[in-house]
Unconditional design. Structure first.
Lengths: 192, 510, 114
């Protein structure tokens, strides 16, 4: 599998730009930037751009599901799966590089961090003399958000969320390699 | 004190998470594993002492009381088995760390092995400690999930195939498990074992038998009871030695534990149980005969494993205090010995480069230390007097004679016969592998495959981990007195069930 | 009755798929069987005599039993994990059954299409 350079490297297109007037509205956020290197697959610009625009929206939806989880439909697992779908869309559009560009950490680290967070949340009540997995409940009124109920099991959900995102990324990394091999390669053209 | 019951499950899980995060730091990862299993063993000792002194230690998770919430219970039986399991897991972990360092050097880390091994540990502890049927299912799934990964790690096509067999069989038994839970819940409205024990008696006899039979089938598959054993000799020997050792030592025994727990607490059979006696007889005989027919050392040991599951079923089927105490003692003995034998087999195959008995020879002269390490657990398994196998078998035979029905005598006879057959199988290994003309080691057939590594090198860590287990096996015989006392008390608890129910459900439930 | 019929259909489909050759089909078969037993578990909670747990409209005494739903949720997550694992096995263990998907084979097919 070909390794892409880190995403911070400026693309060829960007170097050519000179004037401030051209630069002011060019995208700087890295979720919008295309890496300079491609592994030679056919690309669909429309799909790639659409995937990049959808990506943050889907992530916000997944976060909504995560926070709504305790009393409404949602939760860490479904939130994590939705977030995972966001990465899958990026992957389908741009291959493994896209996923690597989206998350800097290695998937096992994300899984491990999620698992540790979830278990620590489960263990935490011991220090207050309660049985493990007991949840506490805090209600408060915040200026903008209004009445907010925070349940300690939210942290468990966050752990699960991270775990699932990590698992999806790991699956894309390991199993996804097969999809790349099977996807059509471009015929060799004289010029790129 | 009650908080300690949750730790043997949560600590390994937490460590599994940290172990994934620490993926690049091999030494820290190893240290973490060793520390956690040592801590679990210490916790098990504390819980055993407490349970023996003042009855089952119960923890209701999350502040939801039984029978609605999740209950963790450590009574004498579960604490004792957890202690033995954690010691064995610790020794096997040290062995596999030694193997890893010998083969790949000190600094290479492994992403999958340590986290999965820790998850396996969490699953095993959970299966012992859980107080309800559904969590038993979850514990089994955690264990199996980890074992799927361990059995197919660094794999080749044949081993993937073996892994498929294992996965599909386990999956089938999991589906049956859920079906059984659905049946139990529909009939009684609870899955808490203590609560069930009070409610099952009121059910029609047909429903009771259906539940009991489904449990026998589900746990029979997990514990490799003949005729549900067919998957085991095909899948276990295909994993690397340490993995096989821990599977053979623990996973089947957790199935036996689940069988013992459910059949004593939930159902009250009252007298010796002819159906299970039959199963135990065919398990003992067919397993032992299968072992004798093998040429592959690991397959031979796997069949012996199946055969000796029969002894534990025999003890349970007798359904009295001496029989159950014998079965518990046997589980304790067998977890240690079977794991040891697979580790020794791992040491041997590293020198010979083959698992075929006919490809070995003269090893006693070449590697006298390994020969000794093999001889002690082999004699132990066959039940030769000074060792723990003898103590456990004697307890079972006495119990069989005490019950005194025809079927009990038949099963007792089968147990004696199986003991001889085991000795014969071990003698066969000894004659082929350790005596005779020494043969040159076989070249490594596939360097990418971790199953057989004919490197000829064994590190001191590996040998000392194996020796430690051998010594532990001998120590079981030394402490046979207190152990059999404690297992008799555990068996009394099991048949009574009162203390367990009171501890879980509170006083007013009685 | 609906549940019973669904369970029957799922088991029929699952068994049919499980006895096929090919790991992918077997995996799908187990997915169907898994759903079948999950529905069985739901029906174990007495779904026939209880109503949807809409707390504003349903009285708590006849609302659906939450415990089997929690069980099923757990079982679904576990089944999900194992399905992923089995599909991985199907992907890794190529060429030892008739599961298609070796890179060479499908690569050629794609070439033909292109």
């Amino acid at each position: 599998m070909s390794e892409g350079p880190p995403r911070s490297q400026p693309s060829g297109e960007k170097k050519r730009r000179t004037s401030l007037w051209e630069e002011w509205d060019t995208p700087q956020e890295h979720w919008l930037l295309v890496g300079s290197h491609r592994d030679g697959r056919e690309r669909s610009l429309l799909l790639e751009v659409a995937a990049r625009i959808i990506f943050p929206t889907v992530l916000v939806l997944s976060l909504y599901l995560l926070f709504a989880g305790h009393n409404r439909s949602g939760g860490g697992f479904s939130g994590g799966l939705v977030a995972g779908q966001a990465f899958v869309v990026r992957y389908l559009a741009g291959g493994p590089m896209e996923v690597r560009a989206a998350v800097g950490l290695r998937p096992p680290v994300i899984i491990g961090a999620g698992l540790s967070l979830a278990v620590l949340t489960g263990l935490a009540p011991i220090f207050w003399g309660e049985a493990p997995l007991t949840s506490a409940y805090v209600s408060m009124t915040l200026p903008v958000l209004g009445d907010v109920h925070v349940v300690s099991s939210l942290f468990l959900d966050m752990g699960v969320y991270l775990l699932i995102v990590g698992v999806v990324c790991d699956l894309l990394r390991t199993l996804g390699a097969g999809i790349e091999e099977q996807s059509p390669r471009p015929r060799r053209r004289p010029s790129g | 004190m009650t908080m300690l019951v949750a730790l043997p499950i949560l600590l390994p899980l937490l460590a599994a998470g940290l172990s994934l995060v620490l993926g690049r730091f091999a030494t820290l990862q190893r240290l973490l594993g060793v520390v956690v299993f040592t801590a679990n063993a210490v916790l098990a000792v504390v819980l055993l002492a407490e349970a023996d002194k003042s009855g089952p230690v119960v923890l209701q998770l999350g502040g939801w009381d039984a029978p609605v919430g999740i209950t963790l219970v450590a009574d004498r039986l579960s604490a004792l088995l957890m202690l033995i399991s954690m010691v064995v897991m610790l020794a096997v972990l040290v062995y596999s760390i030694g193997q890893r360092i010998t083969d790949y050097g000190r600094s290479t880390s492994s992403t999958a092995f340590h986290p999965m091994y820790l998850v396996l540990g969490a699953g095993v502890s959970m299966a012992y400690l859980t107080g309800d049927l559904f969590n038993l299912f979850v514990a089994f799934e955690i264990m199996l999930g980890a074992s799927y990964v361990l059995i197919t790690r660094r794999t080749t096509a044949t081993r993937v195939r073996a892994g498929m067999t294992y996965t599909i069989v386990s999956l089938t038994s999991s589906l049956l498990f859920i079906t059984m839970i659905a049946l139990v819940y529909a009939a009684t409205g609870t899955v808490n074992l203590a609560d069930l024990s009070g409610k099952v008696e009121a059910l029609p006899v047909g429903v009771q038998s259906a539940m009991a039979l489904m449990m026998i089938v589900v746990f029979g598959i997990k514990s490799a009871m003949v005729p549900l054993h067919f998957w085991l000799p095909d899948s276990y020997p295909t994993a690397p030695a340490p993995v096989t050792a821990v599977f053979a030592g623990l996973l089947t025994k957790v199935g036996v534990y689940a069988l013992i727990r459910t059949q004593t607490l939930v159902f009250d059979h009252g007298e010796s149980w002819t159906l299970l006696l039959w199963f135990s007889v065919i398990t003992m005989i067919i397993g032992a005969l299968g072992a004798i027919a093998q040429n592959d050392l690991n397959r031979l040991l796997s069949f012996l494993l199946v055969s000796h599951i029969g002894y534990m079923l025999f003890g349970l089927a007798l359904y009295d205090v001496t029989g159950l105490a014998g079965a518990i003692l046997y589980v304790v003995h067998h977890i240690t010995v079977q794991a040891t034998l697979f580790l020794v087999s791992g040491l041997l195959t590293r020198h010979t480069g083959t698992v075929a008995l006919r490809g070995m020879g003269g090893l006693a002269k070449l590697y006298p230390a390994i020969a000794l390490l093999f001889a002690i657990p082999a004699l132990n398994l066959a039940g030769i007097p000074p060792f723990s196998g003898f103590v456990a078998k004697l307890a079972l035979l006495e119990a069989g004679a005490e019950v005194g029905t025809t079927m009990a005598y038949v099963a007792t006879g089968a147990a004696v016969l199986t003991s001889f057959l085991t000795l014969y199988a071990m003698a066969k290994v000894w004659v082929f592998a350790f005596w005779g003309k020494s043969k040159p080691p076989h070249p490594d057939p596939d360097p990418t495959d971790e199953l057989i590594i004919g490197t000829g090198s064994t590190s001191r860590t590996m040998v000392s981990a194996t020796s430690a287990l051998v010594v532990f096996g001998v120590l079981i015989a030394v402490f046979a007195g207190p152990l059999s006392e404690i297992s008799t008390r555990a068996a009394t608890d099991l048949l009574d069930g009162g203390p367990y129910r009171t501890a879980v459900l509170g006083e007013e439930a009685e | 009755m609906t549940l019973a019929i669904s369970v029957g259909l799922l088991v029929a489909g699952g068994v049919y798929l499980v006895v096929q050759r090919g790991m992918v089909r077997i995996t799908f078969g187990f997915v169907l069987l898994g759903h079948a037993v999950n529905l069985l578990l739901v029906s174990g909670g007495g779904a026939f005599r209880r109503e949807a747990p809409l707390m504003s409209e349903t009285d708590a005494s006849v609302a659906a039993d939450p415990l089997p739903q929690a069980f099923v949720l757990t079982a679904i997550v576990i089944a999900f994990a194992i399905t992923v694992y089995m599909l991985t096995l199907a992907g890794v263990g190529k060429r030892d059954d008739d599961t298609r998907g070796g890179p060479a084979v499908s690569g050629e097919k794609d070439e033909e299409k292109a």
